[in-house]
Design a binder for this molecule. Structure first.
Ligand code: ZN
Length: 434
């Protein structure tokens, strides 16, 4: 019988994973990840590796499997993905978001790029390595987490807090939102993620004097909150270039001949096409008001009013942003964290970076590779608590006309089947040689 190859099964696995609806509503009310995790574990065990499945809450299932390497003195590499997806509003889509149709050479469905594509790539490569008895250089720890889309409380954070032994010896990690191609100045360029913004979900609580809506009240919590929210929402954060972003922009200038002008970032950003959506938000801190809550009756002035701010901070600036938000909020408005997570930034150098670039070049010689900062976050934040350095590397060669960055959490999310096959070849090269 002919040996099954990773490239042959990656599309089918991706489709099967999409068909498990693992929608994450952010309040622990969704279907959970258990079915997808059991399917994933079965695929790994079929190839001869043991898995450890665990649940933070009923149905919120993650799993880890370890493949022993030749040299135990080398730090283990964590290769991880998340099994949950953001919800999909069926009526907005042109296909059933959980049918995983293969149409015009693309897989359509929720999770096609975020990130059941990479989950399937990881599974296909590890199965092929295990089947063929190929031993990696170092231990590989494969992890599939629940709950990434809500910050990893029931997934990666729970795992590193409660099962740190599963990551014993790990020093580095790779996962989503990096390693994909885009065309810059006519040159195919792969963006490797080496930094993530920090996450500060802030809560504003304004206090005032409660009373009758017909009376004069100069101490109104709603008025006070509205002023604070307006000042914070309209605040013009300056453009500040981190090391990673500077290196990225220098690369773009080299490819396009367009210089970066901090007073007019759009000039250079428009050279990036749709990737500008990812990069634009990494040039500055952001503080977006997202929720307002107050009052219970039209003629009653409430004593308090609440707002939520989604702040994303540049590396090293979380404290500074909190201070500025407090100043903008003003007297009588308390500012506190509802949830926070760290920023990450590591140099674009070292053996793993070299190996990732080599792996890309083995399939796409002459391609340019640049580091970039992610404006969102990944499970690498949680792994950083164990001292593990994480990178975004889910390699995909993409056609130019696909609005890739718009696919993340977008309607009609889809990915070319050929991109997955390319990704499998690159990932196999990396995992079997690093
Ligand atoms: Zn994701």
């Amino acid at each position: 019988m002919e040996q099954l190859k990773a490239e042959d099964e990656v599309v089918g696995i991706c489709q099967e994973l999409i068909r498990f609806d693992t929608s994450n509503y952010g309040d622990n009310t969704g279907p959970g990840e258990r079915k997808a995790a059991e399917y994933t574990a079965a695929l790994i065990e079929e190839a001869g590796l043991e898995t450890t499945l665990f649940e933070s809450e009923p149905g919120r299932t993650s799993l880890v499997a370890r493949m022993a390497g030749k040299d135990p003195s080398k730090g283990a590499l964590v290769v991880h993905g998340h099994l949950d997806v953001v919800p999909a509003q069926k009526e907005d889509w042109s296909v059933d978001p959980f049918a995983a149709e293969l149409k015009d050479g693309l897989i359509w469905g929720r999770g096609a790029v975020d990130m059941k594509d990479m989950d399937a790539m990881i599974l296909s490569v590890l199965r092929s390595m295990a089947r063929e008895g190929r031993t990696p250089e170092r231990d590989l720890i494969f992890a599939f987490f629940a709950d990434e889309e809500a910050g990893g409380t029931y997934g990666s954070h729970w795992a590193v807090d409660n099962k740190p032994e599963l990551f014993e010896g790990a020093t580095e990690a790779i996962s989503e939102v990096g390693g994909y191609s885009t065309e810059i100045g006519g040159q195919r360029t792969y963006l490797l993620q080496t930094a993530e913004k920090g996450l500060s979900w802030l809560r504003l609580l304004a206090h005032g004097r409660a009373g009758h809506g017909s009376q004069i009240n100069t101490d109104n919590a709603v008025t006070r909150l509205a002023g604070a929210v307006t000042r914070i929402g309209e605040y013009k954060w300056p453009v500040e270039l981190t090391k990673t972003t500077r290196q990225f922009l220098d690369g773009v200038t080299e490819l396009t001949g367009v210089e970066f002008d901090p007073d007019n970032p759009d000039e250079l950003l428009k050279e990036l096409g749709t990737v500008a959506r990812f990069v634009g938000a990494t040039l500055q801190n952001t503080t977006n008001p997202t929720v307002l809550r107050s009052g219970y009756k039209h003629n009653v002035i409430p004593g308090t009013a609440e707002a939520l701010i989604d702040a994303r901070t540049l590396p090293g600036q979380q404290e500074k942003v909190l201070e500025i938000v407090r100043e903008l909020a003003g007297a009588g408005v308390e500012v506190s964290y509802a949830h926070r997570d760290v920023d990450l930034e590591v140099p674009f150098s070292g053996n793993l970076i070299d190996s990732m670039i080599d792996a890309l070049h083995s399939e796409d010689p002459g391609a340019k590779v640049l580091p970039y900062t992610l404006s969102g976050g990944t499970d690498n934040k949680a792994l950083s608590k164990l001292g593990i350095t994480g990178y975004g590397f889910a390699p995909l060669q993409l056609p130019n006309d696909l609005d890739f960055t718009g696919m993340f959490h977008g309607v009609d999310e889809r990915v070319p089947a050929d991109s997955l096959k390319f990704g499998v070849r690159v990932l196999d090269r990396l995992l079997s040689s690093y």
